[in-house]
Design a protein around this ligand. Structure first.
Ligand code: EPZ
Length: 426
């Protein structure tokens, strides 16, 4: 049965949100467990559909996964990785979640061969993996594409090499960095992603015995080692979840305490932009307080790789700018099709025109409730925030997207005096 979320309008965010571990950090960390036969214990893992999908995939490869619930929004996961009996990531799993491609580098490095389904496109763009494959080829892997699968081989093991990414890719950097940890010799990766999630992965790999330096800059050096040990590691808090709830507070003229980490460090370009729009941020113990100044001002936003403005907060920001005084512009530089939410916001009375990578937004005084469709994970949250500020009820269809990346959504909003209702619908 399809689920929808009904959002009563004219609500104000007022409360505290415990931010979960970052989905986009947890997924590569889970894949990294494949690099060692000594197992891994990962803490602060968010309970999300995408995590379940990665655990399904690891289980199919021979990993034994056991989950302990530490709180409604955080699990510990023990991964027993001593006997992998399979090296195939099948289409049935990869089509559900593109991040499955993250097993490619670790499997190849540990087993010398693997077979991973090509992910295909998705709602926000074509999303090729050519750079993952080029990077692995540079490390000496033989790659064949057949019947929709990538067959990768490195029978004599991978060899350290220099490789420059022509464009910055997050999971591409993660895949090649993981593969290079077990390569023979030194690998230097240039123009790598600097995202905090990449740094988190490098730190975890180093705790397993890898020799990685430069993480957080645009050049990473990896001195290959012959094997890696186990790890006990805690996932960093989710900066995108934190930013999403900050916008929910701003759009509803409310306030929220975001607890769980130093968000200012990892969200600086986002916070700068939000302050320009009219949100007020102040540091509190183990988190940040966000409140509305009572006024939203227009601005221009360009998404770019870290430390730039994150594409994963673009849809939510568009909702906010729909209500900002004056005219705003958003340029989406990462994904070629990540404006599908604009048409849904227009059904709620927003004034937006999209041309290529640019969206032009004329602020309106009020949005009105409507039936809308969630087009991707971040767009879903953007529509919820828009709906909270609208007059009347909004019903959001295809909310399965949201369960992939936002844990305990209703509970977290309830802690902010917000009511959302999940309804079954045909
Ligand atoms: C990661 O995706 C995130 N996913 C995405 O989060 C995020 O939007 C994206 O990085 C950008 O920040 C995970 O970390 C699991 P990329 P990823 O490779 O790694 C092009 C969310 O909502 N490219 O950095 O797949 C690509 O087309 C999600 O949580 C190539 O051309 O993104 C894009 O234009 C959605 N060839 C650009 O690079 C390649 O081989 C950046 O993509 C790889 C990428």
């Amino acid at each position: 049965m399809v689920e929808k979320i009904k959002v009563p309008g004219s609500q104000t965010v007022n409360g505290t949100v415990w931010v979960s571990g970052a989905k986009n950090a947890a997924l590569p960390l889970l894949a990294a467990s494949l690099l060692s036969s000594d197992g891994m214990e990962l803490r602060n893992v968010p309970p999300l559909l995408d995590i379940d999908t990665m655990l399904d995939l690891l289980t199919q490869l021979g990993v034994i996964c056991s989950i302990t619930k530490n709180s409604p929004w955080a699990n510990s996961i023990k991964l027993k990785t001593d006997s992998l009996y399979n090296f195939t990531a099948p289409y049935e799993i990869v089509k559900k979640m593109r991040a499955s491609i993250l097993v490619l580098g670790p499997l190849l490095a540990r087993l010398g061969r693997c077979c991973v389904s090509l992910p295909g496109g998705c709602a926000i763009g074509v999303r090729p993996i050519d750079l993952h494959l080029k990077g692995l080829k540079a490390l000496g892997a033989e790659i064949d594409l057949k019947d929709g699968y990538v067959y990768a081989k490195a029978i004599k093991g991978l060899k350290g090499a220099d490789f420059r990414f022509p464009i910055v890719t997050v999971t591409g950097t993660e895949n090649i960095m993981m593969a290079a940890t077990l390569a023979d010799g030194v690998t230097v990766l240039e123009n790598v992603a600097r995202e905090p999630e990449v740094v988190d992965l490098a730190n975890c790999l180093n705790s397993m015995g890898a020799k990685i330096s430069g993480q957080g800059t645009d050049v990473i050096e990896i001195k290959g080692v012959s094997n890696l040990g186990g790890a006990k590691y805690s996932v960093i808090p989710d900066r995108i979840e934190a930013g999403s709830y900050a916008i929910a507070a701003g759009i509803t003229e409310g306030r929220v305490d975001l607890i769980g980490g130093n968000f200012r460090n990892v969200l600086q370009s986002f916070i700068d932009k939000m302050e320009e729009i009219g949100l007020i941020f102040s540091d509190i113990e183990n988190g940040i307080h966000v409140e509305s100044s009572g006024k939203l001002l227009s601005t221009s936003v360009c998404t770019s790789p870290y430390p730039g403005f994150p594409t994963d907060l673009q849809a939510q920001t568009m909702s906010l700018l729909c209500l900002a005084e004056g005219e705003s512009e958003i340029t989406e530089n990462i994904w070629e099709n990540r404006f599908m939410h604009a048409a849904e916001l227009m059904r709620m009375g927003a004034s937006i025109s999209v041309s290529g990578a640019k969206a032009h937004i004329k602020g309106v005084k009020q949005l009105t409730g409507a039936s809308v469709m969630a087009t991707d994970l971040r767009a879903s949250f953007g529509l919820i925030t828009a709906a909270l500020s609208a007059s009347g009820d909004t019903t959001i269809d295809r909310v399965y997207h949201i369960d992939r990346g936002y844990s305990c959504l209703e509970e977290k909003f309830k802690g902010c005096e917000i009511t959302l209702e999940r309804v079954k619908g045909g």
